[in-house]
Design a protein. Structure first.
Length: 187
């Protein structure tokens, strides 16, 4: 809890000068952002290394790192200001891992080392499959947080990709889910 407190304090401080989360949601950081990331963290199997894509304000990556101090949490974020925040927050909470200030397309070797992959509010399921499929090991699970439009995203992705899927219904927001996707292969 202490690590989460430090993270939220730093997120709030940096939000004043860098857009890390939607400005309208910063007042709900605990009930909206942290709780949502904790929902995901509770569903993750045991892992040594997770790669979070489009880490932005550190959600869910830094919440996962705060909860699983023994694990390595690598973060991919192409925005230099957000990457600087992620490095500062990582140091502040004592998290293990590396911030990769690069585009996801350029992080194939990082993804190849992942035991699992996460992403929150980043891209459509079809795009996420396209980004990770060439780089992850067969069977590597991906945990993608999705909102109410997830059924349409699943249908669109299914036109281009084969995959195994487990849908974890959110107990926080009606219609939101964590899609656990594995065995991704092009059609």
């Amino acid at each position: 809890m202490e690590r989460l407190d430090r993270y939220v304090a730093l997120l709030t401080e940096w939000q004043a000068r860098t857009n890390l989360v939607a400005a309208s949601t910063i007042g709900d950081v605990w009930t909206r952002h942290v709780a949502d990331s904790l929902f995901l963290a509770r569903r993750l199997p045991r892992f040594d290394r997770v790669v979070d894509l489009g880490s932005g304000g550190g959600l869910p990556a830094l919440v996962i790192a705060a909860c699983r101090s023994e694990a390595t949490v690598d973060m991919v974020e192409s925005n230099a200001k957000k990457a600087a925040f992620l490095r500062a927050a990582q140091r502040e909470i004592g998290a293990r891992g590396t911030v990769h200030a690069a585009r996801i397309e350029d992080c194939g070797p990082v993804l190849a080392q992942a035991d699992l992959v996460t992403a929150r509010a980043l891209a459509s399921l079809d795009q996420l499959c396209r980004l990770v499929a060439p780089h992850i090991r067969p069977g590597t699970p991906c945990f993608f947080q999705k909102g109410r439009g997830h059924e349409q995203e699943i249908a669109e992705a299914s036109a281009h990709w084969r995959f195994s899927m487990v849908k974890h219904e959110s107990d926080l927001e009606d219609g939101s889910v964590v899609l656990e996707i594995s065995d991704i292969a092009p059609r």
